[in-house]
Design a binder for this molecule. Sequence first.
Ligand code: HEC
Length: 108
Amino acid sequence: MMRNLRQLMVVFGWVLLWGQPSMGFAQDYDGLPKGEGRVEVFAWCTSCHSARIIRQQGLSRADWDETLVWMVEEQGMQEPDTKMRKKILDYLSEQFPPERPHFRVDGE
Ligand code: HEC
């Protein structure tokens, strides 16, 4: 009985290990479409919430800018330096402008 249980635990451990979301999850950047700045946005923006919350938005550059301010001031996001900030903002406003269809997940 004890031995079976231990085997079960070992198997369970492996399942946990192999099932790590980082494999696959990181590869598709949580659905963020391809583009300059994707890696940065993925790294910078998905530590607190999924990228879905970003993908569902369609905002002007000014509104994305405000979102960044809001993330820093109200949500505790680390402030990106000027270069990083521009890269993130370029990506967001290019990929997720107001006129885009919401819930874009195609990765192109
Ligand atoms: C330190 C944690 C943290 C980081 C890092 C972070 N966010 Fe957020 N974000 C939050 C929290 C918490 C909320 C939910 C706020 C609420 O609805 O009150 C949120 C909500 C949002 C929303 C939803 C706004 C809405 O109107 O519903 C967007 C868009 C967003 N974040 C974009 C970003 C982007 C882009 C980045 C990267 C530049 C980012 N976040 C990084 C914590 C974070």
